[in-house]
Design a protein around this ligand. Sequence first.
Ligand code: F6R
Length: 260
Amino acid sequence: MKTLILPTPESAIKRAADIIDHTVRATPDTVLGLATGGTMLPLYDELAQRHREDGLSFAATTSFNLDEYIGLAPDHPCSYHRYMAEAFFERVDIDPTRTHLPRGDAADPHVASNAYETLIEEAGGIDLQLLGIGQNGHIGFNEPTASIGSRTRIKTLTASTRQANQRYFASFEETPRYAITMGVATILESRKCLLLATGEAKADAVARMIEGPLSAACPASALQLHARATVILDQAAATGLKFSEYYETVHPQGRDRVFD
Ligand code: F6R
């Protein structure tokens, strides 16, 4: 795993934006895998700003989001459809017909999950998958003990994930219990992965992902199997790492090393 430790959350966001920016300018028809959550909001702000001020265009890209809550229609204010529209899609020139999220309101979520896998396959697979990490080590909504071989499917959310996401809903009871999420194997099939984590609350999960054993108990540790996974951290999210001196030697201040 390529571990880049940036001094501040702002510099970590810019570093992640640089990678997406570079990818999309080099290959305008990139297939992007996208994530939601608080961590991604300043990243989408940065990308929208580069679109407005620096000609970064998403017009030819296709996107697939990781997950959506079951039971929420796309126009529900707390749905990830709405989140993506407001945080990103409506602020850039991406073609709405080429943006995809699982349908949380599908009559049959199993069928919708399988159909989502087919859509990704038909698009030629995901070139760059953006990821956040849960405090319990989840990626997408692959909660601890999710199979490393899992595909897009229904997952039951843990109480801790529901508590973390409760801030968007009126109460814990109203916070959804289930989601459709890309599986761990779906994520691992992306040609590149880019995980962004900021803040001390993520430090323990980050350490388990990068330096812990490969284990379903920490689904993010499955990224150890990916040949082209980059993790971007701010100092606070890196505080649990044992080998940070080594990461700093290879990538001083999160820069690319000479041999990249
Ligand atoms: C969101 C997602 C989740 C989040 C994770 C971190 O699409 O798949 O894995 O990335 O829960 O969320 P924040 O950034 O809110 O801490």
